[in-house]
Design a protein around this ligand. Structure first.
Ligand code: SF4
Ligand code: SF4
Length: 89
C-alpha cells in the first residue's frame, strides 16, 4: 500500500531526497505529503521504504486506505518508469 505522512511531521525535509526515483514526496501545507499515485513502498527501487528509515519522528506510515499487492505496486512502478527495469523486486 502507498505510504502517507502524518501530522507528526516536523517538516525537516529529510524524506524528500530519499524518494529520488519515484519523486512521490513534496513539501506541503502544513506538512510534507506523499503522492499515493507515485509511492510504490519503494518496490522497484529499494529493499525497504526509504522515507520510513530517515524520518526522525516516524511520520511516514502505511496508508491502510490504499492497500495494494506487490504485483500492483510493481505495475505502478512500470507505469512510472516506462521502458525501464526495476532494481529491486
Ligand atoms: S515508501 Fe518509497 S516510494 Fe513511497 S514515498 Fe517513501 S520513499 Fe517514496
Ligand atoms: S522526514 Fe518525517 S518529519 Fe521530515 S519532512 Fe519527512 S515526514 Fe516530515
Amino acid at each position: 500500500m502507498a505510504y502517507k505522512i502524518t501530522e507528526e511531521c516536523i517538516n525537516c525535509g529529510a524524506c524528500e531526497p530519499e524518494c529520488n526515483i519515484n519523486h512521490a514526496i513534496a513539501e506541503g501545507n502544513p506538512v510534507y505529503v506523499i503522492d499515493h499515485a507515485k509511492c510504490t513502498e519503494c518496490v522497484g527501487n529499494y529493499a525497504t521504504p526509504r522515507c520510513v528509515e530517515v524520518c526522525p519522528v516516524d511520520a511516514c506510515v502505511p496508508d491502510p486506505g490504499r492497500k495494494e499487492t506487490k504485483e500492483q505496486l510493481l505495475a505502478k512502478w512500470r507505469r512510472l518508469h516506462p521502458g525501464q527495469q526495476p532494481v529491486m523486486t
